[in-house]
Design a protein. Structure first.
Length: 792
DNA sequence: CGTAATGAAATTTTT
DNA sequence: TTTCATTACG
């Protein structure tokens, strides 16, 4: 994007020069939004607005940093507050902690910690067998919090079984969190949200203090965030939000797309500015992305345009295997780099789920191409790091039960299940924390002498460590490592695994040192803990480093790259299978792909593989239904090379099971193994199993008709329409009930298509199918040869 | 009480 | 494939 140019379009200028009153900036991808926002901040300050009255709320720290540095280049260092919602709330909450029953040194639990807390709660509530998995309850609680519903307000939907479990667990969980002086991510927002709602005085005070609020990525805010922004903009309604409904991709986290769609209703005299010109992508890319997104129903009409070059066509490449996909893409990248046309950092590879990164890591590494993997769970989630961090948390907040449980016997000090149970019961009986109980082991009869001594030793270690709590962070970490015996136990174990753990711990020491240097030693332990609690994966991504970027499409939001590869555009993966039933979520998946595509500046390739190995299992794939919504005639479509079978998978190995014409020999064990969509997965009784098995075999046989044919679509393309499989071998009927709108289907004559609509019932049940190449057709399901295009 | 081994299950996206 | 949990054994 052109940052240096001082020229602004009329629309941009309008937004930049707006000062008082609500402002809605509808900004398409690559429309120079960040530039507009930062210029507006600069403009506000230049117009005499005190910098400390301006607050910019972003989604990631990365975005905040970016804005800060841009504002700085415009007006120099200032006291404008820029950061994430969570950080902002955390800051407020530290100051007003006592109002919600917390101490200012509260701990922020990550999702792992809060799940542990929840599990403990469930265990100790001797719940009537709620066979709900803690995960489900956790997400129900999270949902409530995101919607500003406190434990007291929570009301289960009538007859909703999960709800009635939640209605009991939620208050108990919350109470325990308070005892532990801890909050989870959602609490940061919830507590501030309720404070503002219930404390008019405080609300007015803060509204006064933060007069100019700016919310970025507004389409991804949830109800609490909305409520917070709103509460701070009542007396001083200078709320400016930017966003793009088409880029709303966090609905599963409670984000409410209505927040942006209804903004004009909430603030009637809002000024609306639309930024529709794209400065990022080529015309070709933009056109394809637009063709995709128009398939969404719930959206604000928007036409994107660009004055950029036409560019090269968007590619849609069909590989034989996931391996080949990775290898070929890596090859391309290698060639471009070797020729000097591109640098590694020009490239990005996006996928739907992190689990898909491996093949690409491997292929890039093989070629010596530097890359950076932006992935969750990387550093702060590792066991050894969490262990050490838990000591720090315990020092900072002795009430932190989750931390205590984590380290009380790490390294092992002879404190086992029984001892912990004794401590827990004692703590529960007196409504106190585990650490408090640990300090008075003498009073606990259930504990033997040996256990009591062991616990006493642990308490002593923590107490001693706590004395140095005000030292520089690096020093504290160092002491933890030595005094807890953690480091020693790793060194002595001799396990290879522990070698790398030691290395990671070294890394943590470095992080601590850098923190000390960056914020000065007086910043202290609590600041360090807060800092590390609120980082996220994308924050670790470094723009300057010259490496190929590997990340999920979610992480890619807000970034841009000259060349983008979007991989694994396959049914069940790109529209993720968990979104298939719900049309809203399917639209969200489409937006996700849209976001991914619009990250590309010059070149974009979408790809899929016919065969993909996932969770250690080979699977045949079905092309993403989104691919059928793209203007293929404007794109460069590449099908697998004819000789692909000589590649990664040995043909014999893979096709063994259905090689001979007679079909399937039930006694052939190998065949069974190769038969991924085994009868079991279809469920049902034996007869159905047999049918399903036959269906699978039939599809497999079709695929094998010519060994280069691997999908129904290809099957269709290279075959006479009338040359359908012989009747005797065609797939058995499938229940009309199995069909769903949006489902990918196969027809022996028309090939691959997607169910556009369903009507009628029973024998009248009719499907309207949009075929890739054969147009739209209707079928009476009862008699048709239409079949779901399942992975085979 | 601690460790090791075995077996089973589970796998989206993230502040 | 990886991770988790349970169990058996020392």
């Amino acid at each position: 994007m052109d940052v240096s140019s001082n020229s602004l379009t009329a629309a941009q200028r309008e937004a930049v020069e707006h000062i008082d009153g609500p402002l809605l900036i509808l900004a398409g991808p690559g429309s120079g939004k960040t530039r507009v926002v930062t210029q507006r901040i600069a403009h506000l300050v230049r117009q005499g607005v005190p910098a400390h009255q301006i607050v910019g709320l972003t989604f990631t720290n990365k975005a905040a940093d970016e804005m800060r540095s841009r504002v700085e280049t415009l007006i120099g260092p200032s006291r404008v507050w820029l950061g994430t919602f969570h950080r902002f709330c955390s800051r407020l909450l530290r100051r007003y902690a006592s109002l919600v029953g917390l101490d200012e040194n509260f701990t922020i639990y990550d999702s792992d910690d809060s799940l542990r807390m929840l599990k403990r709660t469930l265990e100790q509530m001797d719940q009537p067998p709620t066979h709900f998995m803690p995960e489900q309850i956790r997400s129900a609680i999270s949902w409530a919090k995101n919607n500003l519903i406190t434990p007291q307000q929570y009301e289960p939907r009538q007859g909703h079984a999960l709800g009635s479990a939640v209605v009991r667990v939620y208050p108990e969980y919350q109470a325990r969190m308070r005892i532990a002086n801890a909050v989870d991510f959602d609490d940061l927002l919830l507590h501030v949200g309720t404070l503002l709602r219930e404390n008019a005085e405080l609300r007015a005070e803060l509204d006064e203090r933060y007069r100019y609020i700016l919310v970025d990525e507004y389409q991804d805010t949830n109800l609490v965030q909305y409520a917070i922004a709103r509460a701070l903009s009542i007396d001083h309604p200078n709320l400016a939000v930017t966003g793009d409904p088409d880029q709303s991709i966090f609905g599963w986290r409670g984000a409410n797309i209505s927040n942006i769609l209804d903004f004009q209703r909430d603030y009637p005299d809002v000024k609306v500015v639309r930024l529709e010109q794209n400065y990022r992508s080529s015309k070709q890319i933009l056109r394809v992305a637009d063709a995709l997104i128009v398939h969404n129903q719930r959206r604000k009409e928007k036409r994107l345009f660009t004055e950029n070059d036409e560019g090269s066509p968007v590619r849609l490449t069909h590989y034989a295997t996931h391996r080949e996909e990775a290898q070929r893409i890596a090859d391309e990248i290698a060639v471009e780099i070797a020729s000097g046309r591109r640098r590694p950092s020009d490239f990005a590879i996006f996928y739907r789920i992190n689990a898909l990164s491996r093949a690409f890591e491997f292929a890039l590494r093989e070629r010596g191409i530097p890359f950076q993997l932006v992935k969750g769970l990387e550093f702060y989630q590792r066991k050894e790091i969490k262990d050490v961090m838990s000591y720090l948390h315990l020092i900072n907040n002795p009430r932190d039960d989750v931390a205590l449980l984590r380290v009380i016997n790490t390294p092992t000090r002879g404190i086992g299940k029984k001892t912990i149970l004794g401590l827990t019961e004692h703590a529960t009986r007196y409504g106190q924390t585990l650490f408090a109980s640990a300090q008075e082991t003498g009073l606990i009869e259930a504990l033997g002498k040996r256990a009591a001594t062991a616990v006493g030793r642990f308490v002593k270690i923590v107490d001693h460590l706590a004395e140095t709590a005000s030292a520089p962070v690096e020093e504290i970490v160092g002491r933890v490592l030595s005094e807890s015996g953690y480091q020693k136990s790793l060194q002595e174990s001799g396990l290879e695994e522990d070698e790398s753990r030691l290395a990671n711990i070294e890394e943590l020491l470095t992080v601590a040192r850098e923190f000390d240097e960056r914020f000065g030693e007086e910043a202290g332990l609590s600041a360090f803990l807060e800092e590390t609690a609120l980082v996220n994966d994308v924050d670790q991504w470094e723009e300057e480093i010259d490496r190929v970027t590997l990340m999920t499409m979610h992480s890619a939001k807000g970034l841009e790259f000259p060349v983008v590869y979007i991989v694994a555009a396959e049914e069940g993966l790109l529209p993720h299978e968990r979104s298939r039933e719900d049309p809203d979520r399917l639209e969200e998946e489409r937006r996700l792909l849209f976001v991914g595509m619009t990250r590309a500046e010059e070149e974009l390739q979408l790809s899929l593989a016919t065969q993909r190995e996932f969770r250690g299992q080979r699977r045949r794939t079905v092309p993403s239904s989104f691919l059928m919504e793209l203007p293929r005639e404007q794109m460069k479509v590449v099908e697998p090379a004819a000789d692909w079978t000589t590649g990664e998978f040995e043909e014999d190995e893979f096709f063994d099971g259905w090689e001979d014409d007679d079909g399937f020999d039930a006694t052939d064990e190998e065949a069974d193994e190769n038969f991924d969509e085994s009868p079991k997965e279809f469920g049902g009784d034996r007869e159905e199993d047999a049918e399903a098995a036959e269906a699978g075999r039939a599809t497999a046989r079709q695929a094998d008709a010519k060994s280069t044919l691997t999908t129904a679509a290809q099957l269709h393309e290279s075959r006479e329409p009338t040359a359908a499989t012989p009747k005797t071998k065609s797939a058995p009927p499938v229940s009309p009930e199995e069909f769903r709108v949006g489902m990918a289907v196969v027809h022996p004559e028309y090939g691959l298509g997607k169910v556009a609509a369903l009507s009628g019932s029973a024998t009248q049940r009719t499907a309207t199918v949009q075929f890739v190449t054969a147009g739209e057709r209707k079928f009476r399901l009862q008699h048709s040869a239409l079949r779901p295009a399942r992975e085979t």
